[in-house]
Each structure stands twice: as C-alpha cells, then as structure tokens.
Write a protein that binds this ligand. Structure first.
Ligand code: SF4
Length: 383
C-alpha cells in the first residue's frame, strides 16, 4: 500500500462513505446501494488506510464524513474511523467535525452516539419538504420524516445543523419552492445549502431528460427561485456567503471554506480526492478494488494530476469567487507571487464591462447580476 509522508501543517480530512440505502434518481456521486460484508470490509479498509498514513506534526482543523450516506453503516464503525483519525493525527481541540445524514437512516440514539463521539456539525439531506417531489427524486423519506430527523438531531445535542435543499426540480413551481424554504427557515437550522438540480450523465434523470420526460422548470423560473432564495434567507438572518450556501453569523462551514480557498486536504475512502503540494489525486473509486488494494498493497491511486502554477492560481481565483467575500487579492498575490490585476487584465476588463465583477485593489467579487451565472464567470479564470 502507498504510504503518505505529510508535512507539519494544517490539513483538513475528508472521509468518503460510498454506500446508500438506495440510489436517488439524480445522483452521480460515487455511491453504491450495497449491504452486508462489503460495507464492513470497506470501512475496515478505510481505517487501515488512515493508519498507514504517516502524520507526524500534522494538525487537523476540520474533518468531514460525506458520501454516500455516512449514517447508513453501523455508527460504531463510523465512530471507530473518527477515533482512528484522532489517534493518527493531531485533531485541534476546536476542530469542526461534520457528518452527513439522510432521514430514514438515523434516529435519536444514533445521533446521540455520533454527537458523543465528537461529531459537532450535522448536514441533513432533506432536498424538499414535499412528498411528491421526494418521490420523484427517488428519496426514501417523507417531508415529515425529515422534520423528525432534524428534531432528533437537536434532541441529541447537535447545535450546528445544515439542511441540504434542492430547487428547479421536475414539475416544481415557485410556490412549492417557497413552501420548502419557509418550512426550512421555520426549523431554524444554522446553515442551509440550496442547489439547483443539475441533470448529470449516467443517471435515471438523464435518460428521462433525453427522452423529453423530465419537465424541468424553465430558465426564468429557475432564476426566480434562486433570487427568492437569496431574498428569503437574508431576510431571515442568514449570510449568503457562497453562491449556494447560507449561514447564521459564526456558522459558515469551515471545511467547505478550505475547498473554496483552495487549501490542502486529505481524503480517505473509495473515490476520495486529496490535494497537497500542488498535486490532486483520487483513490480507487470502486469499493472492492479499494479494499483489495489496501489489503494487497497495490496502488490505490486512480487519477493524479500535478497542477502548474498557472492552473493552481486559476483554480484559487475561481474557487474564491464562489464566496461572497470574493478573492482576497493581497493573500493570493503573496501566495503565488504574481500581480493579479496584470495577470488577468483582459478577463477583468471584459467582466467589468459586462458588470459581472466588482473589482477593488483588495477584493474581486461577483456582482448580483453575475450571481445567477456565477459558474460561467468563475470559469473565465481557468487556464
Ligand atoms: S442519498 Fe445522496 S449520495 Fe445517496 S444516492 Fe441519494 S443523492 Fe446520492
């Protein structure tokens, strides 16, 4: 098995649990609707993988267990993984330790076990407070079960909870999205992630879309849903701190901010991505191949990419632009040793002329006009 040598600096950790009770119709994540021995074998392999990683002096400010559904396997196995990380690395006392959960895979006692083990942030995949839409999405829970899960999490002591929601769903009207959002606000979570549905290749939704059987809202409705989201959530006291993410003051997701600042992180588990020293790599995606490689000592790497300085700079600018704080010009200049305004002069001129970007000597931010097409604006900075 490959051994990693790690330098003593902050390094966030992501753990990928690639299993779900059932695959949703829109999902293209690396996840499998499997049960039984392979689930346990994979979690054992993740643990062995963490244990094989040399970690002297590394400090860990954030940990994120995602998937998949990390609350699908036995919570004791998940807790063992967290304990292994704590043994192997120096996890900072104030570390943010998040776990994703899906309604229907959790109850109060599972939440309590996770909270007691040290998880202090929970992200619940709700998607919609609308039973018809949940069925269309292929979700396994009802709106009421999502509310019960949220209440169980609160009762178990989680004081930092995110709800994941989706809009622009098949057949969804603006008033249905308003209902979902109002229900979410009434629950008073600390954080909300609101993403428009994207139809990804190799999903059941994609086949329906190609056959003209997926009645998605038109672009104008999609835009109105997004604009309503920003208005409603800011009015309710949430900071709009990233294109799709909203938080009460003091509750921005520190782990995701690591990604949006293009800082370093280490992933464990099938298909997990890591980024260190200008290299991004992905471990074997298929759980069986991952388990075999961990057990047998073969290469675990499925893909690896060394980024040039220009590529890394472009990604950093693109990722920082996703946040409403925008690009911290001085910080990026000292990190890369370039003068940003000169380096990107033609792009800046174009985006300013179109009133898509606000530019000062300290910050670059996407304008409200640019927000609905933020992905296109950000892509302008990629090499
Ligand atoms: S619960 Fe999440 S990860 Fe699992 S299949 Fe559904 S969308 Fe994909």
């Amino acid at each position: 098995m490959m051994r990693n040598t790690i330098h003593p600096k902050p390094l966030s950790i992501y753990v990928h649990i690639p299993f779900c009770a059932r695959r949703c119709a829109y999902c293209d994540f690396n996840t499998y609707a499997w049960r039984g021995g392979i689930v346990r074998d994979t979690l054992d392999a993740i643990r062995a993988h963490i244990e094989s990683t040399e970690a002297d002096g590394v400090v860990v400010p954030t940990i994120f267990f995602g998937g998949g559904t990390p609350t699908f396997p036995d919570p004791e196995l998940i807790i063992q993984l967290l304990d292994t990380i704590r043994t192997q690395f120096t996890v900072l006392p104030d570390a943010e330790i998040s776990i994703e959960a899906n309604p229907g895979t959790v109850d109060r006692s599972r939440f309590a076990a996770l909270r007691q083990a040290g998880f202090n942030r929970l992200s619940i995949g709700v998607q919609a407070f609308d039973d018809r839409l949940l069925r269309v999405l292929g979700r396994l829970h009802t709106a009421q079960e999502a509310i019960c899960s949220y209440e169980a999490a609160r009762a178990a002591g989680f004081e930092n909870v995110n709800l994941d929601l989706m809009f622009a769903l098949p057949g969804q009207t603006l008033s249905q999205w308003r209902h979902t959002l109002r229900t979410a606000i009434s629950l008073q979570p600390e954080h909300l992630s609101c993403y428009a549905l994207t139809v990804e290749p190799n999903t059941p939704f994609y086949s329906l879309y190609q056959r003209g059987q997926l009645p998605l809202p038109d672009e104008e409705t999609d835009l109105r849903m997004y604009q309503y989201t920003i208005r409603a959530l800011t009015r309710a006291g949430y900071e709009h701190y990233e294109i799709s993410n909203f938080a009460r003051p003091g509750y921005r997701c520190r782990h995701n901010l690591v990604y949006w600042r293009n800082e370093e992180y280490l992933g464990f588990g099938p298909g997990a991505v890591s980024y260190r020293d200008g290299v991004r790599w992905k471990w074997l995606s298929h759980p069986r191949r991952y388990v075999q490689a961990v057990r047998g000592g073969g290469s675990l790497v499925e893909e690896e990419e060394r980024l040039s300085l220009d590529e890394s700079l472009g990604e950093t600018v693109m990722l920082m632009l996703r946040t409403r704080d925008g690009v911290d010009v001085k910080a990026v200049e000292s990190r890369y040793g370039v003068q940003l305004a000169t380096h990107y002069a033609p792009v800046l001129r174009r985006l300013r002329q179109l009133r898509l970007l606000e530019v000062t000597s300290d910050r670059w931010r996407i304008t409200p006009k640019g927000l609905p097409i933020a992905n296109t604006v950000c892509a302008e900075f990629l090499v």
